[in-house]
Design a protein. Structure first.
Length: 83
């Protein structure tokens, strides 16, 4: 009751193949694989298209920002009630 068995998945696969056809599914797979390969290659180059050396891909420590002190005075506003 809560999960799908292997037979359910085979029926779903059969319906998908019947609807789209094997040629279209093959083209979708090739396009998806090409997109993943392009993404991986893009991650290995910088913005100019130059390869990134492995040592520079490590994260550099964040630059420290010097602390600033804000000097202020807090006054409590008093209200008087006239009778």
């Amino acid at each position: 009751m809560g999960g799908l068995s292997i037979w359910h998945w085979l029926i779903v696969l059969l319906v998908v193949v019947l609807i789209f056809g094997t040629k279209k599914l093959t083209n979708i797979g090739k396009d998806l694989g090409g997109a993943v390969k392009g993404f991986k290659d893009g991650m290995k180059t910088d913005a100019d298209g130059n390869p990134v050396p492995p040592s520079s891909s490590e994260a550099a420590p964040a630059q420290q920002i010097p602390p600033r002190t804000i000097d202020a005075e807090v006054r409590k506003e008093t209200t008087t009630k006239s009778s």
